[in-house]
Design a protein around this ligand. Sequence first.
Ligand code: AMP
Length: 177
Amino acid sequence: MSIESLQSHLRVVPDFPKKGIQFYDITTLFKDAQCIRELEDILYEQYKDKGITKVVGIESRGFLLGAALAIRLGAGFVLARKPGKLPAETVQVSYQKEYGSDTIEIHKDAITEDDVVLLHDDLLATGGTMVAALELVNQFKPKASYVSFIIELVCEGLHGRDAFPEGTDLYTIMTLG
Ligand code: AMP
């Protein structure tokens, strides 16, 4: 299946969740058995030789393919969640969004220095969420960390890739915008 074919299964919803936002809806990709398999295959091929031991999925759309990929890679799965959702002791990081700030957290015992970590989310926009998640993960001093998305949004004034520290290993399946 080609990237163009995957793209054709995406649904773009104008003015969601607010006016002026073009929302890229991945539920139409995920409901198609061939598409979800293809997405998993692409990411598996990309990371199968990296020795990944933990996949960190970003709440909530990063949980879906992130968990499937963890199983396929023979890695564990870690949930990066909004504040107050995880039951045990957490570490957290706050970051600036367009309006106000947000916080993301993971369990304190989720990652060790022996881990090779792959962070995953559905879409890269400003990069704020994933940069914060990467900072959080790197506090655990893993052997290596990788970042992956299904979609990278690139348009005037939006180039989320630039928000990451130099040398970040970042992979996206498709670029739109
Ligand atoms: P950002 O931190 O700006 O990179 O935003 C990334 C997060 O917001 C991801 O978890 C996406 O699911 C979501 N998101 C941001 N913009 C969009 C968009 N235009 N369409 C779909 N999801 C989006």
